[in-house]
Design a protein around this ligand. Structure first.
Ligand code: PAF
Length: 282
């Protein structure tokens, strides 16, 4: 596995690969790799002949007072995991490589509507930060495929929309959320949970499963049941930021004849902001 720190070197290498008829898959990450990332890498290796994993903690997707400074990072242990998966390149740019003019005046990409609701409403500017850095990573790597976990379902849709609007010739692949045995969605931020909070955290997925059963009986029942489900979670010390039923394709409010839904939730548990979702096809 090669470690590449500079965009120009990555450009050169991927051009050589292309001349030799290789296909390329990119797995963008912020490091602190867990089994969720590894499942993306395994799929990337099935899809393409060359795999690139990027590690970059992107400052512009963090709001003021969020965990940019403390975001868990362990490059050496990440590299070992990537070697084991036989990744071809780990791309580890610094700030100057991705934001040559600095982060205050750089070009930003904004994906309208879908970026402003749910997580976007609570984290203004977050999805513009994500869309901007992903566009840069796609420009640097020119992959045929880029893979993302559907735990960040809204992020996945924002990126799909951005790539489609900007005519970027990369297929965005979303893979199912990886979970601990007790149902907790894998996330680098689970590291923020205390022992007691870790035991409580699986209630989030349990709650999504309950909501999903209610919707299967009739989607209109969700609104009546929602407050009770929120109260249950808050009785365990969580603060529910949102708990919403949306249309799966674009996160708009579902119409009466909707068949494909997603329920999305964000909660605070101690220092950790955790998100999860469940898809329902009727
Ligand atoms: O999901 C993440 O880890 C990040 O938001 C991403 C897609 C790597 C962009 O920084």
């Amino acid at each position: 596995m090669k470690s590449i720190l500079e965009v120009i070197k990555l450009n050169r290498l991927v051009s050589e690969w292309r001349e030799n008829n290789n296909t390329i898959a990119l797995v963008p990450t912020m490091g602190s790799l867990h089994s969720g990332h590894i499942s993306l890498i395994k799929e990337a290796k099935i899809l393409a002949s060359k795999t690139v994993v990027s590690i970059f903690v992107n400052p512009i997707q963090f709001g003021r007072g969020e965990d940019y400074e403390s975001y868990p990072s362990n490059i050496e242990s990440d590299k070992k995991k990537l070697e084991k998966e036989e990744v071809d390149i780990v791309f580890i740019p610094d700030l100057k490589q991705l934001y040559p003019m600095g982060i205050d005046t750089d070009t930003r990409i904004t994906v309208p509507y879908i970026s402003e609701i749910l997580c976007g409403q609570h984290r203004p500017g977050h999805f513009s930060g994500v869309a901007t850095v992903v566009a840069k990573l796609l420009a640097a790597c020119k992959p045929d495929f880029a893979l993302f976990g559907k735990k960040d379902y809204q992020q996945y849709l924002v990126i799909k929309r951005m790539v489609s609007d900007l005519l970027i010739p990369t297929l965005i692949v979303g893979l199912p959320t990886q979970r601990e045995k007790d149902g907790l969605a894998l996330s680098s931020r689970n590291k923020y949970l205390s022992e007691v909070e870790r035991k409580i955290a699986p209630k989030i997925y349990l709650s999504l499963q309950k909501a999903s059963e209610i919707i299967r009986i009739g989607p209109s029942n969700f609104n009546n049941a929602k407050q009770e489900l929120i109260n249950e979670l808050e009785a365990f010390g969580m603060k529910v930021e949102y708990f919403e039923l949306r249309r799966a394709t674009d996160l708009a409010l579902p119409k009466n004849d909707e068949k494909s839904f997603v329920i999305l939730i964000a909660v605070w548990l101690g220092k950790a902001r955790l998100i999860d979702n469940i898809a329902i096809d009727l």
